[in-house]
Design a protein around this ligand. Structure first.
Ligand SMILES: Cc1cc2nc3c(=O)[nH]c(=O)nc-3n(C[C@H](O)[C@H](O)[C@H](O)COP(=O)(O)OP(=O)(O)OC[C@H]3O[C@@H](n4cnc5c(N)ncnc54)[C@H](O)[C@@H]3O)c2cc1C
Length: 581
């Protein structure tokens, strides 16, 4: 497992849901030893998440699995608010690819989870133990001792969440790890054992979720090609296209309707027949859900961290629950590696919760607002809502804001809570996610920017070599952080002519940008000469500074990381690490 101590794992992850699986990929790619404990003996097979966005696809790109996952997705699908007869009230469609990927991607969660899980076989140092549940742990400062045992009961194979007893030997096993991540879902054992409470609300308004699979050879969904919030005050409905032959409906329970009544096959048949011919579909699942809007008060206690639904529960109305967990995984993976490899002191891990908490909370808040917005049962309020949306939709500025999803929280960390220089005014880019355009390489290939930036820190100089101004101290820091150096030219702006140096400066990658979105981003966000962006491994911006400020900005990076030459060993010397943390 660990290179120095065979019995010690770098990171144990409890839970192989989308969050745990993404984290396992990201850590595996960084060469850490990982053990994933998953309670279910086999994938339990039910769809929950149906949508993900461009930010998450960028994370999947970093995890090396985006093409495989994208192949199974339905992309660029407009999301609409409609009348019950299908007439459109308003629309959200965003075709720009600011982060390199389509913004509206519909997926079938069992395909996504199965593929993520299968692709983990790439990493010999990542082991998955299925049918094993984490039951206890303790920490002594340097290590976490984890106890797991064969699952006593589980829900695999069911359609309705009822549990199945397993006849297995329950003898517990213990092991030691440097860190434990609880990605074990909303009812997290890890969170419970840490005694961490959650802030927020449980909502009493239940919805019936019906997952359908169209029968082989049928073609019966042509009339509902897009995602619809059906704004019917008599029964608000969600109609959701999915890849393959799948489709989902969600129906809000109206006063007097019970769970038993709604899950009754006759009720389900009658509800779906308003939209589709029920004889052409198999009902894969029908289940009444309530939802939670909760965030854990703490995300880390010592060497144990929470991620995904274990840390936050998001109503599904913006399709952001899984996506928030995927963002957690990306934020956490590079920080765990940096601390484990001595590139940063342990205090770096405190920025995980401080950065992610506010963004996850913002997603929860907008999801609750969207729920309230689409589930209005008062006909007068609903008519007013429809009037406002239709009016907004034809107004130039607000219509664009609505269509392009201006209501969705941007990937921006709250001032004072993130690893980076303070944001310089409203146009400041520090603590925000770097755009990801396609860039053109010297040999005329188009690639996504992150492929050039790599997995460590990166310095991007606008039209100049960002290494030119580096002090010896800055170079030492950047070398230890496996940094890359990139020059970004506007399209057609590469140096040329007989006076130009004939070889590329050492360690430099030069690219040009056909669409110039990033070039404009530099000019909007920075001041002074020879701008340089310092980009974190998760592609959030640490700083955008003029070249003459670069060494000062890197000194700040060093300080915020708690970096010292003695920390960096290439070997995992944890005694020293702990002393300096
Ligand atoms: C109806 C519905 C629709 C949704 N739609 C969307 C959407 O469109 N987009 C979106 O982004 N999100 C959506 N979500 C939310 C999304 O499904 C969840 O946020 C996501 O699955 C959370 O992933 P996770 O890995 O954090 O947790 P989970 O998916 O819950 O995975 C946790 C894993 O941990 C395992 N586990 C639990 N306890 C233990 C233990 N003690 N030891 C070992 N293993 C353990 C579990 O078996 C499970 O496999 C929706 C949710 C619902 C209910």
């Amino acid at each position: 497992m660990n290179s120095q101590n065979p019995e010690i794992v770098d990171v144990v992850i409890a839970g192989l849901g989308p969050t745990g699986a993404t984290l396992a990929h990201l850590l595996g790619k960084r060469g850490l030893s990982v053990l994933v404990l998953e309670r279910e003996p086999v994938f339990y097979g039910n769809a929950r998440a149906v949508y993900t966005d461009d930010e998450c696809m960028r994370v999947m790109q970093a995890a090396g699995v985006a093409p495989e996952l994208a192949a199974d997705m339905q992309i660029d699908t407009p999301a609409q608010w409609t009348f019950p007869d299908g007439r459109v009230i308003g629309r959200y469609w965003q075709l720009k690819r600011s982060f390199g990927w389509p913004v509206i991607n519909f997926l079938y969660q069992p395909w996504l989870e199965t593929k993520l899980s299968d692709l983990l076989a790439r990493y010999p140092a990542v082991r998955v133990l299925r049918g094993r549940e984490l039951v206890d742990f303790s920490q002594d400062g340097g290590l976490v001792t984890i106890t797991h045992q064969a699952t006593q009961n589980c829900r695999f194979g069911d359609g309705d969440g009822s549990r199945v007893d397993l006849a297995v030997d329950p003898a517990p096993v213990t092991l030691k790890a440097r860190y434990l991540v609880g990605a074990d879902g909303g009812r997290s054992t890890v969170r419970e054992k840490l005694g961490i409470g959650m802030d927020g609300k449980n909502f009493p308004e239940p919805w019936l979720v019906v997952d359908l699979e169209m029968k082989e050879g049928e073609d019966a969904l042509r009339h509902i090609p897009y995602f619809n919030f059906v704004c019917d005050p008599a029964c608000p409905v969600v109609s959701c296209p999915q890849p393959g032959r799948f489709h989902r409906f969600e129906f809000m329970l109206m006063p007097g309707q019970t769970k038993e009544y709604m899950e009754d096959p006759a009720t389900v048949r009658s509800l779906i027949s308003r939209y589709v011919d029920p004889d052409k579909f198999e009902v894969k699942r029908k289940l009444v859900y309530t939802f939670n809007a909760l965030v854990a008060r703490e995300w880390r206690k010592g060497r144990v961290l929470l991620a995904g639904d274990a840390a936050h529960m998001t109503p599904q109305f913006m399709g952001q629950g899984m996506s928030s967990g995927v963002r957690d995984a990306y934020n956490l993976a590079w920080k765990l590696e940096a601390v484990l490899r001595g590139k940063a002191a342990e205090q770096l891990l405190d920025t995980y919760g401080s950065e992610r908490y506010h963004h996850a909370k913002a997603m929860i808040d907008i999801s609750v607002q969207m729920k309230d917005f689409v589930s209005m049962a008062n006909p007068l309020a609903a008519a007013l809502r429809n009037f406002i949306v239709r009016t907004l939709n034809v107004t130039p500025v607000l219509g664009k804001w609505l269509r392009e999803g201006g209501f969705k929280p941007t990937p921006t960390y709250r001032a004072g809570s993130y690893l980076g220089l303070p944001r310089n005014g409203r146009r400041g880019v520090e603590g925000t996610l770097l755009p990801q355009p396609q860039v053109r390489t010297f040999k005329g290939k188009r690639v996504l920017l992150d492929e050039v930036l790599g997995e460590g820190f990166a310095l991007i100089g606008l039209e100049h070599d960002p290494q030119a101004a580096l002090s010896a101290e800055s170079k030492q820091l950047l070398a230890s952080l496996d940094s890359r150096f990139v020059t970004l030219y506007h399209f057609g702006g590469r140096p040329q002519g007989m006076h130009v140096q004939r070889h590329t400066p050492a360690n430099l990658v030069e690219v040009e940008e056909p669409d110039e979105e990033l070039v404009r981003w530099f000019k909007r966000g920075g001041h002074g000469q020879d701008l340089v962006a310092i980009v974190r491994p998760d592609k959030f911006v640490f700083a955008l500074v003029a070249a003459d400020q670069l060494n000062a900005a890197l000194a700040e990076l060093k300080q915020q990381l708690g970096w010292q030459p003695g920390l960096v060993s290439g070997q995992l010397d944890f005694t020293r690490l702990r002393k300096s943390a």
